[in-house]
Design a protein around this ligand. Structure first.
Ligand code: GAL
Length: 338
């Protein structure tokens, strides 16, 4: 009896051994599942655009899963605080993430963040907030590291499109006919290149078209709707019908500006113009019905897909580029009524 049991056990062990061999040499036919750990650090959850972007990263990683490859994605909210984000990155490193996607709270922390992630030998995809080098595509921590890249959109293009939408109007933005386009600039966050470039290039597009401009108010709204409303409201109280255009660095703030414009009995398209960036659904609707002059599509689908695709290439050990760019699209009345 004992012998029979021993024989059965041995046969069982051999069968297992054989099975292990046939699986071991060939990943494709084996039933092993590889699970990659992905850490995603977002600068702030309370941001309309980055919420769309974050949700699409999550959804698209799920879409990319197969029977053999799974992605365990951990998101963190930096709460607009660089120290909080640094702690989150440290935790990602301790947790030995296989790849990190990072939307910096502040570009001034880029060097420190990149250095520690590179030192831990973890590939890194920076998104949305570009650390700027001396020239384009030249940030040292990015160009010097084959496993670090930036995925974004060139904010100069979005600013230029805002200005071009105004310059293309029959009155070239001079709503009250005083010969100068007087404007309010609602700025996202002065440390963010998207805000800097949009502020500069929207006006540059007007100047390049030969239009005289004057800034009446420039104020910081931190991308937030309530701030956009507050800034626009006090500008309208102070400058009234002198104001021709309200430029907002994003749609979140433009939604607030639109409320302030209504509350001050002004009408977009008749006595004032309103521009944003992002093409949030609500704002595209407003462009359609004339409540906004225009916005610019900040393609969160294209950017999140590119970020995830590159992260997966890095996980697969493939070579990548250091910079990837996704185009903006001009969204004005012509575009939405097409
Ligand atoms: C911009 C976007 C803003 C805000 C910002 C955060 O690209 O237009 O709405 O999300 O990124 O960095």
């Amino acid at each position: 009896m004992k012998k029979r049991i021993l024989a059965l056990l041995m046969a069982g062990a051999m069968a297992l051994g054989l099975a292990a061999c046939s699986n071991g040499g060939d990943d494709k036919t084996g039933d092993d599942v590889t699970t990659y750990k992905v850490g995603v650090a977002i600068y702030e959850y309370n941001d309309n655009f980055m919420t769309l972007y974050r949700n699409e990263i999550d959804r698209y990683f799920k879409e990319k899963e197969t029977d053999k490859v799974k992605y365990e994605v951990t998101f963190q909210d930096g709460k607009s605080d660089p120290a909080t984000q640094t702690n989150q990155i440290d935790t990602f490193i301790t947790q030995q993430m296989d790849v990190i996607i990072c939307n910096l709270v502040q570009t001034s922390t880029a060097e420190a963040v990149i250095d520690k992630i590179v030192a831990a030998n973890i590939p890194l995809v920076l998104i949305n907030r570009e650390p700027l080098g001396e020239t384009d595509e030249s940030y040292p921590g990015i160009v010097d590291n084959p496993k670090v890249c930036y995925v974004g959109a060139d904010a100069r293009q979005s600013g230029t499109y805002q200005g071009e939408i105004v310059a293309a109007l029959d009155n070239k933005g001079d709503m009250n006919g005083d010969g100068v386009v007087k404007y309010v600039m609602v700025v996202g966050d002065p440390e963010n290149p998207d805000a800097q470039y949009r502020t500069e290039y929207s006006i540059k597009a007007l100047t390049d078209a030969g239009i005289k401009t004057e800034c009446l108010v420039e104020n910081i709204g931190n991308w937030q709707t309530d701030k956009g409303q507050e800034i626009t409201n006090s500008a309208l109280t102070q400058h009234g019908s002198e104001i021709d255009v309200v430029f907002c660095n994003n749609d979140g703030m433009a939604l607030g500006a639109a409320a302030a414009i209504k509350a001050n009995n002004r009408t977009v398209g008749q006595d004032i113009l309103l521009l944003g960036v992002d093409a949030l659904d609500d704002c595209v609707e407003m462009v359609k019905n004339g409540e906004m002059t225009g916005t610019v599509l900040n393609d969160h689908i294209g950017q999140s897909h590119k970020a995830v695709d590159v992260a997966i290439e890095l996980l697969e050990g493939k070579d990548i580029q250091n910079y990837y760019w996704v185009d903006y699209v001009k969204v004005d009345a012509n575009y939405v009524n097409k």
